[in-house]
Design a protein around this ligand. Structure first.
Ligand code: I6G
Length: 677
């Protein structure tokens, strides 16, 4: 126990202040589905209050938010009193905290070693907790968590979710079965919904969680029915007239057998070591999952042990949510600048008060275009929620209007390019504003060279973005071809460039001269010509001159090339500047092997769509991707009914389960190698 200190007036005031803040943010989150601050900020307030109450137990009151689960429900929906309270989980933010959880359990269960206890581990979905009630197998009620004691009756809305069975299947379910789980929206569903909303001129959602919450809490269930909501079951509430299996893992199997969807990533693991191993594995695959998750949940597997452990204030002692570092954070906008990309698109970028998001310090966030700025109604001086998913550039999720200062500055796209002063234009029907300066614009030049050097283009390792900026700024190069005439002396004179790395740069440049026609075309950075189109062009025409001379009609004979892309290609090769750069590149010695006769049309893989999941033993996933593309196949990142084959390596993700569900042909590593041969 901590040493008891005297309670001061300042401490009492801080506790009251924290309670007010936590109550307010609970209300925003649980009742209005419109949080004002990110979860991580809320967790900080909650933990500070918990810590003070732990230190000064005499300050605990029965109405403190630490003593109950959420806030009161809205009045528009009917109320449902939960027969068994819907609790929430305690959080752990570090390995040490998970170890502490294991040790507490081992102590209480009189186990010497937490590594001998069996747990289940599963992703923590970023959705809404729901309780489904089944009576004699019939779905009778669905309720939100609400304040844990009383939730909202969302039966009509949940009835519209396809993955919620209206009648259980199989045998052996109890007369009364309450299934607890998460309603969520997959990434695919979220993107499709936002696209539809945009087309309708309706409000779009900042992330899948908001989209799921906004969709479920519609008073008109016809609207909910049009939204792609999904459900996974993970636990139970009231059970009458029957029994569930004695282990959490078996209960989830029972759920599945009764038609209730369960997350396919659930695993049984041994000890805290097993839990942490699972966490590391899911963290790596997080971006490949079909849905967003904000952590992992560990539960003691044996229900008898769960019962022995019981509950503490608002959470079970036998479970914990091991959270990922926050993906959202609160900060302010210091300025909005404009960046000019390779194709001349002007992108407004918010310069931020530096803030940590998911373990990385973020100073900039993209605002996409003028429409997005108007949609968000974002201004310089605003407090905003920043959202960062994986390696993607952080974006502004929403503005906290309640914190808008008196004097904010509106942003307007400039009339002239900030880099070269040329006029800008916005084509009818397009969201993008473009600089008309072409390669006279230094920003477009730099970004064109950076793309030329990139890994899947000419792969010039060692001439990265910073070096390109320096080379252009110092006037040492004007285009990608000039890089091949750089001398050791010119390079050695640059900032942070020792003699040895000048040699490395020259070596990398020399090595890159040997390439393929497809990579070369892709590296040129023709608008809308990605890797697959570049390969199609190379395979179809066989040599560069033929591509450069092709007219729009001829280009449209190439698979996947329509009139717009054909026009971009013709326009690119018509420009004198581009012709000169290509000439210089060839003169510098860039070369490629003769393209073999089109393998594509003969290849039985031509036109087939592959998805690769899990780790391969004999090659990198990128290598397999190259091989498949070379055979005319397409490689996609997600499984759909249009997928022909899913290649499955070690520890595959949910794509494997989805493929099985859709009946798509599955290939192991041997299988794909045989097919390629
Ligand atoms: O909020 C939750 C998310 C996921 C949970 C939960 C869960 O299991 C995967 N499990 C329990 C027991 C509770 N909340 C209370």
């Amino acid at each position: 126990m901590p040493a008891s200190k005297a309670v001061t007036q300042a401490i009492v005031e801080r506790v009251n202040d924290l309670r007010q803040q936590v109550n307010y943010h609970n209300y925003r989150y649980y009742v209005l589905d419109n949080p004002e601050i990110p979860d991580a900020e809320f967790d900080k307030l909650f933990r500070e209050l918990q810590a003070l109450e732990h230190q000064f137990p005499e300050l605990i009151t029965s109405d403190s938010p630490t003593q109950r689960v959420g806030a009161a429900p809205l009045k528009e929906f009917g109320e449902v009193r939960h027969a068994i309270p819907m609790l929430s989980l305690a959080n752990a933010f570090s390995e040490e905290e998970v170890q502490g959880f294991g040790k507490r359990i081992a102590d209480m269960l009189k186990h010497k070693d937490p590594d001998h206890i069996e747990f289940t581990a599963e992703p923590k979905l970023d959705g809404l907790a729901i309780s489904l009630r089944y009576e004699k197998g019939r779905f009778t009620q669905a309720a939100t968590r609400g304040d844990g004691e009383t939730g909202e009756d969302v039966t009509q809305n949940v009835r519209t979710i396809h993955s919620v069975p209206l009648q259980l299947v199989g045998k052996g379910y109890p007369d009364v079965l309450e299934v607890r789980g998460e309603v969520f929206m997959s990434r695919e569903g979220f993107y499709a919904l936002n696209k539809k909303q945009q087309q309708l001129g309706a409000k779009t959602f900042a992330n899948p969680r908001n989209a799921a919450a906004g969709s479920l809490r519609q008073l008109d269930s016809a609207i909910t029915a049009s939204r792609p909501l999904e459900f996974f079951g993970y636990g139970f509430g009231e059970i009458k007239g029957g029994k569930l299996a004695p282990h959490q893992s078996e209960i989830l199997e029972q759920f599945k057998s009764w038609g209730i969807r369960v997350c396919p990533e659930v695993k049984k693991v041994r000890g805290i070591k097993g839990c942490l191993h699972y966490y590391a594995n899911i963290s790596e695959r997080r971006e490949q999952l079909d849905y967003e998750i904000d952590g992992v949940v560990y539960k003691v597997n044996a229900i008898a042990q769960q019962e022995e452990l019981g509950f503490v204030s608002r959470a079970p002692r036998w479970a914990i949510a091991h959270k990922f570092p926050a993906q959202e954070a609160l900060t302010t906008i210091k300025a909005i600048d404009v960046q000019v990309g390779r194709t001349g698109i002007l992108t407004p970028v918010a310069r931020l008060e530096p803030v940590e998001v998911g373990g990385v310090t973020v100073t900039n966030a993209t605002l996409h275009n003028q429409d997005e700025i108007e949609r968000l109604d974002v201004r310089v001086g605003d407090t905003v929620i920043i959202y960062r998913a994986g390696d993607v550039i952080p974006k502004v999720a929403s503005v906290v209007k309640e914190r808008r200062p008196r004097h904010t500055t509106l942003f307007k796209m400039p009339d002239k390019c900030p880099e070269c002063g040329s006029d800008v234009e916005r084509v009818e029907g397009e969201a993008a504003t473009r600089c008309t300066g072409g390669l006279a614009c230094p920003a477009q030049r730099k970004n064109t060279i950076k793309h030329f050097n990139s890994r899947r283009a000419m792969d010039i390792e060692g001439v990265g973005d910073k070096l390109v900026d320096q080379l252009v700024d110092k006037g040492l190069i004007e285009d990608a071809a000039d890089q091949y005439t750089l001398t050791r002396e010119q390079l050695a004179g640059l900032e942070r460039m020792a003699e040895k790395s000048a040699g490395n740069v020259l070596h990398a440049l020399e090595k890159s001269k040997k390439t393929t026609l497809a990579r070369f075309i892709y590296a040129l950075g023709i608008r809308d010509v990605g890797e697959a189109t570049a390969l199609n062009l190379a395979q179809h025409f066989g040599d560069l001159d033929a591509i450069m001379e092709a007219n729009e009609e001829a280009l449209q004979q190439v698979p996947d090339i329509g009139p717009i892309v054909a026009a971009h290609i013709v326009s690119f090769f018509k420009q004198k500047h581009n012709q000169q750069v290509i000439k210089k590149l060839l003169k510098a010695g860039v070369h490629w092997p003769q393209v073999s006769q089109p393998i594509r049309s003969e290849s039985k893989l031509a036109g087939k769509t592959f998805v690769i999941t899990g780790a391969l033993a004999t090659m990198k996933r990128d290598e397999l991707k190259d091989k498949l593309i070379a055979l005319g196949a397409k490689v996609s990142g997600s499984v759909s009914k249009n997928t022909d084959y899913v290649v499955v390596g070690a520890e595959p993700g949910s794509k494997f389960d989805k493929a099985q569900k859709l009946g798509i042909e599955i290939l192991d590593e041997d299988g794909i190698l045989r097919l390629i041969k």
